[in-house]
Design a protein around this ligand. Structure first.
Ligand code: ATP
Ligand code: MN
Length: 463
């Protein structure tokens, strides 16, 4: 008989079974002749209630050590619970304290703490109900993502974290260098001499694995990346991190239609998986964080997403009674307020918007007939706004070269990317999902800093 997890015991254990658990004390209640000790081991939201009889050796001494936060091992017998709130409890035969937690200084006492405060103790906050549930759901989302793609035969590829191709929006990039800041080599014209840097040229933390995913899709047909990406954007919002995870599927022989179908199927799959695997955590979010979470999940799983073109979106926004901060006209990049109006107020479900003006989208998106728009696709979600951004990629060499030139990027630097169009080019498409935005959407957590274990944001890289 080894140690069992609390989730397993709460679900499966029967009276008279002898079990051992290990975990951390959440609360202790002393009554006449015995005490209740709530133990949590991270496997579930619910604690296991341990009954500690005063007849147990060293009872008084033990009780002093069992404060909130202490780590314990308990061996005992499962009994049917007299109280309501739990089916069973554990009658302790022995209880060992591994490490005490001083009641005076342990920051997590039995009361509600604000998320702002919890962020200042990110090394301890996973021991709270809400943050614990967040990370179990985050794990389930990650598992669902891999399962979804693996079951479809997609290859998980590992795109590089350091890149030397600055393709999308400079200024948002973190530089990677091994130059000595106190003694930076300069060229004759006074610029930084990157030829002396580690890679012999400027290098950055990746903002997206897409270009590399395209390379791999041209050999394996269907691939996906799932890894960290970085943006040095100084935007202190509840939806932006400097380090976040992205999922980027890329499919050869696929067009915009196939792309958006996959995006919809994908989101539905993840929601269903999380509801099936984390029902307790999802009910917790629905009760304490956002009372519409379960209805939203149901809505996602059971309704078809709305599908409109950018041009249709603009005319819907122009007709809207709502006053927007950013004025609406054809050609603008949709702002968060516009996206949320469409998804939250108008359609009341996710909306897939396609065919954006080429001026506001990246060079690699396929130019539509007519030459004004590109085969882009954004999935807009209620409360979150853009959750997925994708496109059919430009597979025609001449068109792509022209688009690269227009966007001011040096064509030669993308020689390898262009080679994909020179040798065996095919229509292909993909999208990127911000993983933390997904977890936010799933749980109703309003601040993205609370769905990643150790948030990296401007002026903050503690822990
Ligand atoms: P936004 O307009 O919200 O800043 P974006 O247009 O910069 O998003 P993309 O470059 O299309 O986003 O990135 C793909 C996905 O990554 C987005 O749909 C979003 O879900 C997520 N994402 C983008 N930037 C961040 C960030 N700073 N922190 C967390 N997730 C992000
Ligand atoms: Mn952005």
């Amino acid at each position: 008989m080894g140690t069992r997890r609390v989730a397993d015991i709460l679900k499966n254990a029967q009276p008279d079974e002898k079990v051992t658990i290990k975990g951390w004390v959440r609360t202790k209640r002393e009554l006449k002749g015995f005490s209740f000790v709530e133990v949590n081991d991270g496997s579930s939201l619910a604690n296991l209630q341990v009954v500690l009889d005063s007849q147990i050796p060293e009872y008084e001494n033990l009780l002093k050590k069992i404060n909130t936060g202490a780590s314990v091992e308990v061996t005992g017998v499962v009994v049917a619970s007299q109280g309501k709130g739990q089916r069973i409890e554990l009658k302790a035969n022995t209880l060992t304290v591994y490490g005490e937690a001083d009641a005076e200084t342990y920051p997590l006492q039995k009361k509600r703490h604000s998320f702002e405060f919890l962020r200042t103790i990110s090394h301890l906050r996973a021991r709270t109900n809400t943050i614990g549930s967040v990370f179990r759901v985050r794990n389930a989302c990650a598992t669902a993502i891999h399962k979804f793609f693996q079951d479809k035969g997609f290859l998980w590829i590992h795109s590089p974290i350091i890149t030397a191709s600055d393709c999308e929006g400079a200024g948002e990039l973190f530089s990677v260098t091994s130059l000595d800041f106190k003694n930076i080599p300069k060229t004759e014209t006074g610029e930084i001499d990157y030829s002396q840097d580690f890679f012999g040229k400027p290098a950055y933390l990746t903002v997206s694995g897409q270009l590399q995913a395209e390379v791999m899709a041209m050999a394996f047909q269907n691939v996906y990346t799932f890894g960290p990406t970085f943006r040095a954007e100084n935007s202190n919002t509840s939806r932006h991190l400097a380090e976040f995870w992205m999922v980027e599927p890329e499919m050869a022989f696929c067009d915009l239609e196939g792309d958006r179908n996959l995006a919809e199927e994908f989101l539905k799959y993840i929601f269903k998986y999380v509801l099936d695997n984390c029902p307790e955590d999802m009910e917790f979010f629905n009760k304490w964080i956002d009372k519409s979470i379960l209805a939203t999940a149901d809505n996602i799983i059971n309704n078809e997403f709305a599908r409109i073109t950018y041009t249709e979106a603009i005319s819907l926004l122009e007709k809207a009674k709502k006053k927007f901060e950013f004025p609406v006209e054809w050609g603008i990049d949709l702002q968060s307020e516009h996206e949320r109006y469409l998804a939250e107020d108008l359609f009341k479900k996710p909306v897939i918007v396609t065919n954006y003006p080429k001026e506001i989208k990246a060079f690699y998106m396929r130019l539509d007939d007519g030459g004004k728009t590109v085969a882009a696709m954004d999935v807009l979600a209620p409360k979150i706004g853009e959750i997925i951004g994708g496109s059919q990629r430009e597979e025609r060499l001449d068109v792509l070269e022209k688009r690269i030139q227009e966007s001011g990027i040096e064509v030669d630097s993308l020689w390898w990317y262009l080679d994909l169009r020179r040798y065996g080019t095919v229509p292909h498409a993909g999208f990127g999902l911000g993983f933390e935005r997904l977890v936010q959407f799933m749980t109703g957590m309003t601040n993205i800093r609370d769905v990643v274990p150790f948030p990296r944001t401007p002026l903050n890289a503690e822990f």
